[in-house]
Design a protein around this ligand. Structure first.
Ligand code: COA
Length: 153
């Protein structure tokens, strides 16, 4: 079911932090804490967006813009909201931000076994650029580096 019309993508705010920390816990073995997420609110390099559906936080995306190079720190959607286009809408917002800000590329690491995430990035024209051996712990796993390049004007 697509619910694209009712998804609002807005900048991450203080009130979102506790829900995002919970989402992190549900998704990752080394989740970002509320403190780590709060620090991003005052980080001038941070570009973080929340996806809101019917006033509920359904997902989020974070990126660091370092000298016009984008590094996605995380993207996650609560289980009950998956396969409804929410991660796609979040990624699209980051791509629009990158284009508006003349960024060179947006890049990320993803666990080699994370087929849903890899399929998502492929759908949004990210290309596999290489492997970081044993990048992840708990459990130990290689990372695939995926990057979407933009033509810089
Ligand atoms: N299997 C295969 N492809 C999948 C998929 C799955 N389970 N889930 C998403 N995709 C791909 C598809 O190409 C999909 O397009 P389609 O629906 O037209 O086929 C595309 O991604 C967009 O899907 P969307 O509905 O926007 O994704 P989502 O909102 O369900 O979120 C994740 C996708 C990966 C963010 C979500 O599964 C999640 O939060 N996973 C846990 C956290 C995580 O692993 N984050 C990535 C860290 S690098």
């Amino acid at each position: 079911m697509m619910i694209n019309n009712s998804i609002k993508i807005i900048p991450m705010q203080k009130e979102h932090i506790k829900y995002i920390a919970e989402l992190e816990k549900q998704c990752f073995s080394e989740p970002w804490s509320e403190n780590a997420l709060s620090e991003e609110l005052s980080n001038i390099c941070a570009v973080f967006f929340a996806a809101i559906v019917d006033n509920i936080l359904a997902g989020y995306i974070g990126m660091h813009n370092i000298c016009s190079q984008g590094y996605i720190t995380n993207i996650a959607v609560f289980k009950q909201y998956r396969r409804k286009g929410i991660a796609g809408a979040l990624l699209q917002k980051i791509i629009e931000y990158a284009l508006d800000n003349n960024m060179e590329f947006v890049s990320l690491e993803v666990r080699k076994s994370n087929t849903p995430a890899i399929s998502l990035y492929v759908k949004y024209d990210f290309k596999e650029m290489g492997i970081r051996k044993n990048f992840y712990s708990k459990p130990c796993e290689d990372a695939v580096i995926m990057t979407r390049y933009f033509v810089v004007n």
